[in-house]
Design a protein around this ligand. Structure first.
Ligand code: GAR
Length: 201
């Protein structure tokens, strides 16, 4: 069984989707705890109501202290993977270096297009015809690192920002657990810059 910790800052729909897949046995992993930089994050309330352990990261005491608290908890719970699900903070290069290739992120665009905190809006306002979702390993840059999976979403003339958000989130909730399942099973291999997957996807 793989041990994971989920980090979030907001409403936690990706955390919920992953928790449901774990509960159904589709994703053979244990959520050791759900951590947030925001004490009033809706995702933290939801995690509590699911009976998951939660952790508040004390960013008001500085990034170093917040990451120290996180690091201690990761070690005491023997966490294998750190899963970012709408965590709107940059982890320090020191932290990322310590957990190299053990941090994974989901982002609501086809990276490297539209990194940042409002990717769906940015893509919609730019007027692109195709956007999507990316799951990637985390390096020290924002929304950057080896890409594990991507799925495209077409933007139709009838779409509004709200309808696009809905489409993107539906894809996220499907793509994240499937990608994590392959990742936890050790099926991704690095070939040059490209992460390839062994066997049927
Ligand atoms: C998701 O769309 C996720 O891809 C995005 O935050 C949202 C969190 O939603 N992450 C980023 O933008 C990372 N740069 P959720 O709290 O409902 O899971």
């Amino acid at each position: 069984m793989t041990n994971m910790a989920i980090l979030l800052s907001g409403r936690g729909s990706n955390m919920l989707a992953l928790a449901q897949r774990c509960a159904q046995g589709d994703l053979e992993a244990k959520i050791c705890f759900v951590a947030s930089d925001k004490k009033d994050a809706y995702g933290i309330m939801m995690a509590k109501s699911l009976g998951l352990k939660t952790l508040l990261l004390p960013y008001e005491e500085g990034k170093e202290q917040a990451e120290k608290v996180l690091d201690e908890k990761l070690q005491s719970d023997s966490v294998d993977w750190i899963v970012l699900a709408g965590f709107m903070r940059m982890l320090s290069p020191t932290f990322v270096g310590k957990y190299e290739k053990r941090i994974v992120n989901i982002h609501p665009s086809l990276l490297p297009s539209f990194p940042g905190t409002q990717a769906i809006k940015d893509a919609f306002e730019y007027g692109v015809k195709v956007t999507g979702v990316t799951v990637h390993l985390v390096d020290e840059k924002m929304d950057h690192g080896p890409i594990l999976s991507q799925r495209e979403v077409r933007i139709c003339d009838e779409d509004t920002l709200e309808s696009l958000e809905e489409k993107i989130h539906a894809i996220e909730h499907d793509l994240y657990w499937q990608t994590l399942k392959n990742l936890f099973a050790g099926r991704f291999k690095m070939k040059g810059r490209r992460m390839t997957i062994e066997g049927p996807y």
